[in-house]
Design a protein around this ligand. Sequence first.
Ligand code: ATP
Ligand code: MG
Length: 260
Amino acid sequence: MTDIPKDHPRYLSLMTRELIIQGVEKGITGITGLIAQGRGEAFDYLLGEQTIPSASEAGRTAAAALVLAKSPVISVNGNTAALVAEELVKLSTMLGAPLEVNLFYKTQERVQKIIEYLQSYGAYEVLGARPDCDIAELSSERKHVCKQGIFLADVVCVPLEDGDRCEALRKMGKTVIVVDLNPLSRTAQSASVCIVDNIVRAMPNIIELVDEMKGKSTSYLQEIVDGFDNKQNLDDAMGSIYKNLKMKHHQLPNIQKKEK
Ligand code: ATP
Ligand code: MG
């Protein structure tokens, strides 16, 4: 592994990149996962590599929806497994929600490797090795799902989703929670709740909030879910991006002076 000095100003971002590279080397992340990570990094840069207020609100709503769910499921792909395996397992255990491996660039070997990787973190139930149902509206490999998992779930948490499947799951009447750094993506726009944040920051936040929400009444949780407007939340995320860009722009002459 590349030795990244801890005092590097973008240490966390570089470490995250390193985890994806390791994922590819281990065979759990597809090569295109590197490109997805790059796209994510660009948007994270625009956010200032921080959790913006609208993301905290979306995370709170996601936690409430997950605690309210009758049959929640957490969908896992190669990037999420590489970045937040421990957190995925923790959330799954807290909610009693199975993990289901579902890949766009699917090979049985990679599915198996991800399942074993999650099990090495103590996962109790990982579905996806033998899908027994299809999502009729999808043509990609992601249409093959498990009946006891994604197919019958009422709430699906799909960190790093692709737009097509998000739309298909919504059409099936499911609440779809996604994490996507790009507030303009089809995924973000079609989700019930999109958390515009890096998955490495969003997952620990969701876990903490689920812990808090577990002690709350159903009506309290329902009020949070009903009061959430995904479109407004994405507009707020864009507002944070504008604000951050303006700030970076104003700081520019000072940075240039220092560099001379
Ligand atoms: P669409 O949602 O419009 O269908 P897509 O899903 O096809 O687009 P991909 O190429 O799969 O787009 O890009 C992956 C998406 O995941 C990008 O929007 C990127 O911002 C987001 N992303 C990548 N890494 C992370 C991360 N670590 N945390 C959160 N989001 C991420
Ligand atoms: Mg997407």
